[in-house]
Design a protein around this ligand. Sequence first.
Ligand code: SAH
Length: 256
Amino acid sequence: MVEQVALNNIAIVLCRPFHPGNIGSAARAMKTMGLSDLRLVTPQQFPDPQAETMACGAVDVLEKTGVFANLPDALADCSLVVGLSARTRNLAVEARGPRVVAEELAALARQHKVALVFGNETYGLSNEELGYCQALVHIPANPEYSSLNLAAAVQVMCYELRMASLAGVAGDESSAELATQDALEGYFRHLEQVLVEIGFLDPANPGRMMPRLRRLYARARLEPTELNILRGILTETQRSLKNAAAGKTAVGKAVE
Ligand code: SAH
C-alpha cells in the first residue's frame, strides 16, 4: 500500500517559474502520483488561467499552492532539501540519481517535511538557490540534450517517489529529529557574523567560505540539540570577545 503520510510530507518547490502552464502541469504531475504540497517562489504569473487549464483535475492542488517571496521562506519547515539540476558540470555537490534519492526521501518523509527544488525554465537553479540544497539529483537523460521540460522533471521525481513509497522502502528508520531549514539559516547567519567578528571571514572578500561551510553542515544532517550546541559556542565566542575588549579575562563556560 502507498504510504500517503510520506507523500503528504514532500513539498515540490518551483523557483521563479516563467510559464504558468508549467505550474499547472506540475500540479497535475503531482496529483497523479499522490503529492499535493506545491510551493512557488516568485512566479512570473500566478494565479493564471493557463495554469488551471494545464492542471485539469488537479486545480485543487493549485488552490492551496503557497507563493513565497524567497526560497528560504519556502523551505522554512523542511528538514532535507534536494535540488534538481539539468546540468552536472560545475556543481559544488555531486548529483545522484532520482531512484536512490527518492527512496531516501520517501523514508525520511515518514517523519519529516522534505522538499524537492526545481529551477527556472531558462536559467535552472542559481548558485544561491543551489546553496540551500543539501543534496542534488540529476535525471540521467540523453547527455546531448538532458534538459527536460520543468513539469516533465517534476513528473519523473513524483513517479519515483510514489514507487519508493509503494515499495515501503526500509530506508532510514532512525527516529532522530532533524533541524529545520529555518533553524539552519539562523545558525548560518550567526556563524557568518562571528567569523567576521573574529577576523576569519573578510566581508569585502568572502570567497566561497560560506557555501563550503553550508556543504559541510549539509553532510552532517544536524539534529536540533546539535544545532543548539553550535549556537551556544557562537554565543560564548561573542561573549569572550566582548570581555576581552573590555579588558577582562573571559570566563570559559561549558555549554550543555
Ligand atoms: N536550461 C536550464 C534547465 C531548465 S529545465 C538549465 O540548463 O539549467 C527546468 C528545471 O527542470 C531545472 O532547473 C531542473 O530543476 C529540472 N530539470 C530539467 N532537466 C533535468 C534533469 N535532466 N535532471 C534533473 N533536473 C532536471
